[in-house]
Design a protein around this ligand. Structure first.
Ligand code: ADP
Ligand code: MG
Length: 470
């Protein structure tokens, strides 16, 4: 099967050839013919499978007929992040090199004025993040009644970022007769509901189960300390053993840790950069550009900032944290081993990660491969904030890494029982002691597998982490 067999226009075929693509990827092969017919398409395929071209190419072909009117874009592409929007815009430039179609980008962090000017001139293609699009619409700068084609890219990421209500709102503003092309790597129930509500008899194309991770990626897990300082040191030790590392993304679960890790990597002489959702557009673009050029070789990043980004040739993905959602693991390691290249992913695991790890193992459907000795169940039983047993020296992995917070808590608990024994009548002390006792009771109950109390197993991961005392 070649691109020419798919029914794309001559102009598009020329640009695709210039981009050096020899043949369509599976999602392109299957989605493009339906998209060209004007059918709605639901495309489920993992990162790096070529989804962008599977909607951009047929859109270009279809948009060749007709012209844009002021403030009335003819097509709308929604992406969860600014980076993705910018990336899709780049694809339009590449694949639309032979076209004279106009494009506007509506993303946060860029001035409204400039964006409005572009809209006023008329845009064939509007690429936007949901929030910014609604802002423009509410200011009366935009009419959505001329939209013939709607694309929703990375729908599952939109869900993670809380954009579903925005998307529903936007869908209701568009003409009923539009064509919708919808892409997602996974299909959680909320996404399915969106599809049921806003797609009309879609052609469903599923490329590989969303759980599969590319075979070209070597995946290794390593048991490390939960203490941040030790953990960072262990990360550096792993990096030191990776002789084939040319560049890497280091994923953290939280923005704050991205910053801390970034500074630490820099301090230890790495060409490091940081990418997270709180950074302004200018710094993000600058960092990404430097990473692409190889000026930065270690990019500390959060999931939000990195999902779907097309960063070619990442030799390694390092998960500084085990992702809370197993799907994110698949997305993260999808940054490496793209387009059949070899890649490697290393994940640092702490005693707190038992649940998240199990979910990953289930999702990828294979046994995890460990660097060093695989952990036993006992290694996961202790939590740094509940490490009485660890301090007795029974923990294999972390006996020395007793966190400061745990020490503080133990001190507090000892103090409170002393207070209690002395039968003090001081109200505050009694209060404090009662609270500490209750906390200790809860811990003991949990350890001895008694009925679940409070949030039980559903305590969000961030609450389970050790707290650093100042
Ligand atoms: P996804 O959106 O599924 O994560 P992208 O559309 O970003 O994937 O494409 C991933 C990479 O594959 C990009 O670098 C892109 O240029 C490249 N690519 C896409 N289609 C083809 C093709 N048919 N042949 C070769 N490379 C391709
Ligand atoms: Mg994509």
């Amino acid at each position: 099967m070649t691109f020419a067999d798919l029914g794309l226009s001559t102009k598009v075929l020329k640009a695709v050839a210039a981009a050096g693509y020899e043949k369509p990827t599976p999602i392109q092969e299957q989605a493009i013919p339906f998209a060209l017919q004007g059918r709605d398409v639901l495309g489920i395929a993992q990162t790096g499978t070529g989804k962008t071209a599977s909607f951009v190419l047929p859109m270009l072909t279809r948009l060749e007929k007709g012209r844009a009117r002021a403030r009335m874009p003819r097509s709308l592409i929604l992406t969860p992040t600014r980076e993705l929007a910018a990336q899709v815009a780049d694809s339009f430039k590449t694949y639309g090199a032979e076209h004279k179609l106009t494009m506007a980008l509506l993303i946060g962090g860029v001035s409204f004025e400039e964006q409005s000017k572009k809209l006023d001139k008329g845009a064939d293609i509007l690429i936007a993040t949901p929030g910014r699009l609604l802002d423009h619409f509410k200011r009366g700068k935009l009419l959505l009644t001329g939209v013939e084609i709607l694309v929703i890219d990375e729908a599952d990421r939109m869900l993670d970022m809380g954009f579903i209500p925005d998307i529903e709102e936007i869908c209701k503003l568009l003409p009923f007769t539009r064509q919708t092309l919808f892409f997602s790597a996974t299909m959680p129930p909320e996404i399915q509901r969106l599809v049921d509500n806003f797609l009309h008899l879609p052609a469903r194309i599923e490329i590989a189960p969303p759980s599969t991770t590319a075979k070209t990626i070597t995946q290794k897990f390593k048991m490390v300390s939960a203490d941040p300082k030790t953990k960072r040191k262990q990360l550096r030790e792993i990096i030191g053993t990776l002789t084939d590392l040319t560049n890497a993304i280091v994923f953290c679960n939280r923005k704050r840790d991205v910053e801390i890790l970034f500074r630490s990597l820099k301090k230890h002489g790495f060409n490091a950069g940081a990418l997270h959702g709180d950074m302004d557009q200018f710094s993000r673009t600058k960092t990404l550009e430097a990473f692409r050029k190889g000026e930065i070789t270690m990019l500390a990043a959060s999931d939000v900032a990195a999902r779907g980004l097309d960063i070619p040739e990442v030799s390694h993905v390092l998960n500084y944290d085990v992702p809370v959602h197993a799907e994110d693991y698949v997305h993260r390691i999808g940054r490496t081993g793209r387009a059949g290249r070899k890649g490697a992913a290393f994940t640092l695991v702490t005693p707190e990660d038992a649940k998240a790890l199990k979910a990953i193992e289930e999702l990828i459907g294979k046994e995890l491969s460990w660097l060093g000795e695989p952990p036993s169940e006992a290694d996961f039983e202790q939590r740094p904030s509940q490490n009485r047993r660890r301090s007795e020296g029974s923990s294999k992995s972390n006996s020395r890494a007793k966190s400061r917070s745990a020490q503080t808590k133990e001190k507090a608990s000892a103090k409170s029982s002393r207070t209690k024994n002395r039968n003090t009548t001081k109200k505050t002390a009694a209060n404090k002691s009662a609270k500490t006792d209750e906390r200790n009771r809860r811990k003991t109950r949990k350890r001895s597998e008694q009925p679940v109390v409070g949030m039980g197993d559903h305590v969000p991961a961030f609450l389970m982490r050790s707290v650093r005392s100042l």
